[in-house]
Design a protein around this ligand. Structure first.
Ligand SMILES: Cc1ncc(COP(=O)(O)O)c(C=O)c1O
Length: 539
């Protein structure tokens, strides 16, 4: 696609603006946030409705500046809406990075253990070996085509679209005589799936439109839906979240949202699921999408964990089938598929996301919008080269699923020994565990959302472990946590699980049985929680 001059000038201007704005409103406030969601009220001496203007004269007196989270400066009300950390529980994670205090099995065994980020670090060595040794990367990225030094089509280089098309064909769709092949022109490449989520809601919806998402769900969806598009998430409460939503549950959620005056325009499904690690059956997926069609809603299916299915083919396990396959590559204009390299290829830092849609008008609009989240050309060519290397990909994906399975099993073995229930996962990089049961002899310890917050804080401060609390994932039942076991090495995971076991044992000793010191309504209300000496030997 030739890039005409007018568009080029507009683009260069926009990029400069973006750089200036991001420098002004950079996310360095992250480290100052508290562990729990907080509303940051920003008193603006200027005007709450002012927009950030690069020509704006700097404030003349100290009073013109505002301090939030220890940072001095000013932003518009739109900027202020983005001051809070989207996932506040990550504050401790950033602290551990910032202070260099991450756990290491020999050098720093008492350091922080983050198991709250869905990344597969178990495969970094494979990527390093493929990309960091020899001359292949340098050649693919910088020598093969001098066009990498120039602007080009913002929604992706043809060479990468073709490589992705082949991958989708081979690993998602398969070949069948009655199925049309993947069309590379229906693919867009952008900086991560989160960019596409944001842009899909922006380009298909209006500010204030509602998005149904079966709960619990990946905590950052709220931010992806809201930050630019101004849409609103509506968690769908499911009786059996691990089986996926029923049509009735979707309808009920829609009815309730509409009763509140919301216009429900989207259904967002994640398969394989984050945080549950389950795979939906074909029946669940197609029923949900068919229902959305009857409601004239758009369906977005996030399959970012599609190639991280590690469950065996036992009869209890559901076979993962991509929406592409279920619909024989006929998605219509209202079903949109997302995938990327962040999870299945353990490369979230590369910022490569993929949209597959047959809505060509949408692709046309995104051709402009993705310019704000363009992936650098050298990286696109390097990834095209890697993804076209079938031998490497086969080996990589097989090794990845083997390693994921081993860590999953190590993690769930400890949970089983502790008698902590968890959702049986088949895919992804997480275990969803349940500390809620206080009504049977499991020795449950969490009754309320406040209990969950206290427990989360105990994990962070006493055990130096960062887990994802269920409340941040809109779980209607308190006491559930996600552990991302692939974010750490097996050795660090073992240390983390030992700490978790110690915390559980200590809390159970005080909250269950005849000598329980629990104070209702919260089970974790006792003064002993504050006693430093009680927690001394966790680390
Ligand atoms: C379900 C889901 N979608 C999207 C993302 C974000 O992906 P990306 O890194 O491609 O923006 C994540 C990351 O955790 C995720 O779990």
């Amino acid at each position: 696609m030739p890039y005409d001059n007018q568009r080029l000038v507009a683009f260069v201007f926009n990029i400069s603006l973006l750089l200036l704005l991001s420098a002004k409103t950079s996310s360095s406030f992250l480290l100052r946030s508290t562990p729990f969601e907080q509303e940051i009220v920003v008193p603006f001496p200027r005007s709450t409705s002012s927009t950030t203007n690069i020509n704006m004269a700097p404030p003349t007196t100290n009073e013109d500046w505002t301090t939030v989270n220890g940072k001095l400066g000013h932003v518009s009300s739109r900027g202020a809406a983005n001051l809070a950390l989207p996932m506040a529980y990550l504050a401790h994670h950033f602290t551990s990075i910032d202070t260099g205090n991450a756990c290491h099995p020999t050098d720093n065994p008492q350091g922080y253990i983050t198991v709250a980020v869905a990344e597969n670090k178990l495969v970094t060595d494979l990527l390093q070996e493929r990309l960091g040794t020899g001359t292949q990367t340098a050649h693919a990225g910088f020598m093969e085509d001098s066009e990498v030094y120039s602007y080009g089509p913002p929604s992706g280089l043809p060479v990468l679209k073709q490589a992705v098309a082949t991958l989708l064909q081979d690993r998602f769709l398969g070949t069948a005589s009655d199925t049309p092949e993947i069309n590379p022109n229906h693919i867009a490449i952008g900086a991560g799936v989160m960019n596409f989520l944001s842009n899909l809601f922006f380009a298909l919806g209006q500010s204030g439109d509602a998005v149904l998402i079966p709960a619990p769900y990946y905590a950052a969806f709220d931010n992806d839906v809201r930050a630019y598009a101004g849409c609103i998430t509506v968690p769908v409460e499911c009786q059996h979240p691990e089986l996926g939503p029923t049509v009735q549950e979707l309808q009920d959620a829609k009815d309730q949202a509409e009763a509140k005056g919301l216009k429900v325009r989207f259904l967002l499904l994640t398969n394989p699921h984050n945080p549950l690690g389950v795979v939906y059956t074909a029946e669940v997926l197609t029923s949900a999408i068919s229902w959305a069609r009857t409601q004239k809603m758009e369906s977005i299916v996030d399959e970012i964990y599609a190639l991280s299915v590690f469950g065996d083919d036992s009869k209890d396990n559901v076979k993962f089938e991509s929406t592409l396959k279920l619909y024989k590559n006929d998605l219509g204009h209202d079903v949109h598929l997302l995938w990327g390299l962040s999870k299945d290829f353990g490369a979230s830092g590369f910022r490569i996301g993929v949209l597959y849609t047959q809505n060509e008008l949408l692709l046309e609009a995104l051709g402009n919008l993705i310019a704000f989240a363009w992936v650098s050309h050298p990286m696109q060519r390097i990834m095209a080269n890697m993804l076209s290397d079938t031998q490497f990909c086969d080996h990589f994906l097989t090794t990845s699923t083997q390693r994921l399975r081993a860590s999953y099993q190590a993690c769930t073995k400890v949970l089983t020994e502790l008698d902590v229930p968890f959702v049986q996962a088949q895919a992804g990089m997480f275990v969803y565990l349940d500390l809620n049961h206080n009504d049977d002899n499991r020795g449950g310890i969490v009754a309320t959302a406040q209990d969950e917050a206290i427990l989360s804080d105990i994990f962070m401060t006493r055990a130096r472990m960062v887990l994802t609390p269920g409340q941040t994932q809109h779980d209607p039942i308190p006491g559930r946590f996600r552990i991302c076991y692939a974010y750490v090495s097996p050795e660090v995971l073992a240390i983390g699980m030992e700490r978790l076991a110690k915390v559980m044992t200590k809390i159970r000793a005080r909250t269950t049985g005849p000598s329980s010191e629990q104070e209702q309504p919260g089970l974790l209300g006792g003064n002993w929680i504050q006693e430093d000496k009680y927690w001394q030997d966790i680390l």
